[in-house]
Design a binder for this molecule. Structure first.
Ligand SMILES: [Zn+2]
Length: 178
């Protein structure tokens, strides 16, 4: 049982909703349940996600310009590099498209999000086909029987390497192309 006052106190000293849960010593789901019950959920993560503050470089230049990748010009480009560049160039907000989860890991400041191809085709790198998902929603989405085929044969590998954010979603696109 969480009190509204406890929740609000923890929110006032946290940067993300996930951090609030940690400060309260409960799971994210438990925290969210109570925060929603009291109508105070979302007060923290309304602001922009913190955690990615590297200097901005021009991602639309170089051998694989990001704008051309997002027009579908380089279908074999690495999923992981694409994810990093999307976040770095601020084209995509570093948070889960379904639940807004955006906590960065304290250990290395990386954000545990996976790039999802909405139509299930990992070669379709057009911007409108891309979204970031947290691990929970990535697996929910991949395992959705009414959704699309299980094309992610690397999923077992992902489970084993849960703490490693540098994950290739597709073995086909796993090659570093830069
Ligand atoms: Zn999520």
């Amino acid at each position: 049982m969480l009190l509204q006052s406890e929740i609000m106190a923890a929110q006032s000293i946290s940067k993300t909703e996930a951090e609030v849960a940690r400060k309260l010593g409960v799971s994210f789901m438990t925290y969210r349940k109570y925060a929603k019950m009291y109508g105070v959920y979302g007060r923290v993560s309304n602001g922009p996600c913190k955690g990615v503050s590297k200097p901005i470089k021009n991602e639309d230049a170089g051998k694989y310009p990001l704008n051309q990748i997002l027009e579908g010009k380089f279908p074999n480009y690495s999923t992981n590099r694409l994810k990093v560049r999307l976040i770095r160039s601020k084209r995509i907000e570093p948070k889960c498209a379904k639940c807004g989860f955006c906590e960065s890991r304290l250990s290395d400041n990386a954000i545990p999000l996976l790039l999802n191809y909405i139509d299930g085709n990992t070669k379709n790198k057009k911007f409108e086909n891309l979204e970031l998902l947290c691990y929970n929603h990535f697996f929910l989405n991949v395992n959705n029987p009414f959704g699309r085929r299980k094309t992610f044969i690397a999923s077992e590998d992902i489970v084993q390497r849960d703490s490693d954010v540098q994950i290739e979603v597709s073995p086909e696109t796993g090659n570093e192309t830069i």
